[in-house]
Design a protein around this ligand. Structure first.
Ligand SMILES: [Zn+2]
Length: 255
């Protein structure tokens, strides 16, 4: 049987997500923004929490770890480069490491930039990626601890995943991201189609994620910094992609 996922809102605009292996019964929470919604999700699904896979140290991704660990005695897996800033870590991981959730095998991809040690988790058999605050649907995370070059390289790693990879990010920011993306590529047709779909989903009270890597390649300006028309649109024709990316990120910060 293949992996199952369950997405649910936490805090103001965070998402929690559970990854479940039906064969072994193992369940991982990807990050733990707060304990209560994770507990409610587990109870609703009838799943038992065995692991927490942490993407980065920010409080809105880690605040629930203590309470969840106390009640479930679950294993906490966290990025090696942020272990001093995350409580109760059992196992640290870095680039290329394999993490098991029951029989599901995930690969660790280091995606620094939002924070210095941020990691993403990719489960190739099910083509599922958990990307924290590195990639958002039609957006990307703020560069808080890294450089634009570093963040661009992290996004390239995620962009290289198979097109039909479904990725889960840490926040529901898609509508605002689309408003910004249209200022960079007002004539992008796939983006316009996505905007309509996102409006429909949100009006129905539904989440806009997961999204696919393939769709983001055509719609997300932050993954398109090496497209000549995008460079031209921000007045940087012929510049290195990371500089185009930095300019787009800077514009989004001011948007
Ligand atoms: Zn964050």
């Amino acid at each position: 049987m293949t992996a199952q996922t369950y997405l649910f809102p936490c805090l103001k605009d965070n998402y929690g997500v559970l990854l479940h292996d039906p064969e072994s019964g193992a369940t991982a929470a990807i990050d733990a923004p707060e304990a209560a919604p994770v507990e409610a999700a587990l109870a609703g699904k009838g799943w038992r929490l065995t692991d927490i896979l942490v993407t980065h140290h920010h409080g809105d991704h880690t605040a629930g770890i203590g309470e969840l660990k106390r009640s479930h005695h679950c294993r906490v897996v966290a990025p090696r480069n942020e272990v001093q800033r995350i409580a109760l870590v059992d196992e640290t991981v870095g680039e290329g490491d394999t993490v098991h959730v029951g029989k599901l095998a995930g690969r660790v991809i280091e995606t620094p930039g939002h924070t210095a040690g941020h990691v993403s988790y990719f489960f190739p058999a099910d083509k599922l990626a958990f990307v924290g605050d590195t990639l958002f649907s039609i957006g990307c995370g703020r560069i808080i601890e890294g450089t634009p070059e570093m963040m661009w390289q992290s996004l390239l790693k995620l962009r290289s995943l198979p097109d039909d990879t479904e990725f889960y990010c840490g926040h529901e920011y898609t509508a605002a991201n689309i408003r910004f993306a249209k200022t960079i590529e007002p004539d992008n047709k796939p983006l316009a189609a996505r905007a309509a779909e996102v409006s429909r989903l949100l009006a129905a009270g539904r989440p806009t994620i997961p999204a696919t890597i393939g769709a983001e390649k055509t719609e997300n300006p932050f993954l398109r910094a090496d497209v000549p028309e995008v460079a031209k649109a921000v007045g940087l024709a012929g510049s290195p992609a990371w500089k185009v990316f930095a300019e787009i990120r800077e514009r989004k910060n001011r948007f």
